[in-house]
Write a protein that binds this ligand. Structure first.
Ligand SMILES: Nc1ncnc2c1ncn2[C@@H]1O[C@H](COP(=O)(O)OP(=O)(O)OP(=O)(O)O)[C@@H](O)[C@H]1O
Length: 298
């Protein structure tokens, strides 16, 4: 179990990127969902011990990771948002090199590790090709392979599916789900479906603080009766925005489907919407804007 207690991070320029974050993250896939700039990468880098928070504590099991960063790193697999390692070196050689760096000393053990990982992420057939020539999805799968060297029991992947086509995204997420059964995997993303499809638990982070936490299914159940939808001609959207708390809009066959937030039946031809986790997420973002309009606009 990974536990964050009152973690705050303020960058030297005064940006409060994390604001009193308290979270318990159990084994399995955990989704950290939030818009750009919400603080996801700051949180991921902090847990990965690449930066120290301004205040707060973080433990992984019995390990105080802020005091024992080296110990944590031995147990950590990390795929950063900007994994910029795309050299003209083959996937095999690069992975072998990274295994050396991670302390897999004996060449026999390394061979086993590298070969198993290449099979696992489905890059065996292209193991002799340069990573520089890989597609986005292949690079991300390579990124996961390097993160898995040394059997980590805490795996952090920061926005891994951005830019992948649907097939590659699917393949990547399935791979993560297989890995995620026995270890803690934190998946940071701004893509709602990544979380909805895969994560038994999740949190929504906005402006550095946790706005929502729980099992996606429970969060969806809780939101029932508060989200309403209808299809309107495009030209009526502005009038609806003025009258209702519109949380999302989508064009459909020349019309617009609007979803609004309302604690009671708004009438006006609205029907209860069943937009799943996306509605939960958008209504959380809308509530944040409503409670702090100045900060959200900044
Ligand atoms: N080194 C830094 N110095 C100052 N401010 C920073 C620094 N890194 C991030 N920030 C700011 O901290 C806030 C959180 O950024 P962070 O990158 O953690 O968010 P994010 O949710 O990962 O967003 P994205 O998806 O765009 O990467 C943003 O306002 C960002 O501009």
């Amino acid at each position: 179990m990974l536990e964050l207690q009152n973690v705050t991070h303020i960058y030297p320029n005064g940006t409060r990127a994390l604001d009193d974050v308290t979270l318990s993250i159990p084994k399995g896939m955990y989704g950290l969902l939030g818009p750009n700039g919400a603080g996801k990468s700051t949180l991921m880098r902090t847990v990965a011990t690449l930066q120290t928070p301004s205040s707060g504590s973080i433990t992984f099991g019995d390990l105080d990771i802020l005091q024992e960063a080296e110990e944590l790193r031995k147990r950590l697999g990390y795929l950063p948002q900007d994994f910029g390692v795309y050299p003209r070196v083959s996937a095999y050689d690069m992975l072998d090199h990274m295994a050396v760096l991670k302390g897999v000393g004996s060449s026999k053990e390394r061979k086993e590790t590298v070969e198993t990982l290449l099979e696992q992420v489905n890059l065996w057939d292209v193991r002799k090709k340069a990573i520089a020539g890989f597609s986005g999805g292949m690079r991300q799968r390579f990124g996961i392979a390097q993160a898995l060297i040394g059997n980590p029991d805490l795996i952090i992947v920061d926005e891994p599916t951005a830019g992948l086509d649907p097939e590659e995204r699917n393949r990547f997420l399935n791979l993560l789900a297989e890995i995620g059964e026995n270890v803690v995997v934190i998946l940071s993303t701004h893509i709602v479906e990544d979380v909805a499809d895969l994560c038994p638990r999740m949190a929504v982070i906005v402006e550095g603080s946790i706005k929502l936490e729980g099992a996606p299914k429970d969060l969806i159940d809780k939101s029932r009766g508060t989200i309403w939808g209808k299809t309107i001609p495009r030209g009526e959207l502005e009038a609806h925005r003025e009258k209702y708390e519109v949380i999302s809009t989508r064009l459909f066959a020349g019309n617009t489907i609007v979803h609004i937030m309302s604690d009671k039946d708004p009438g006006d031809d609205f029907k209860p919407a069943d937009g799943g986790l996306e509605d939960v997420y958008f209504s959380t973002l809308a509530s944040t804007r409503r409670s702090a309009p100045a900060a959200a606009a900044a």
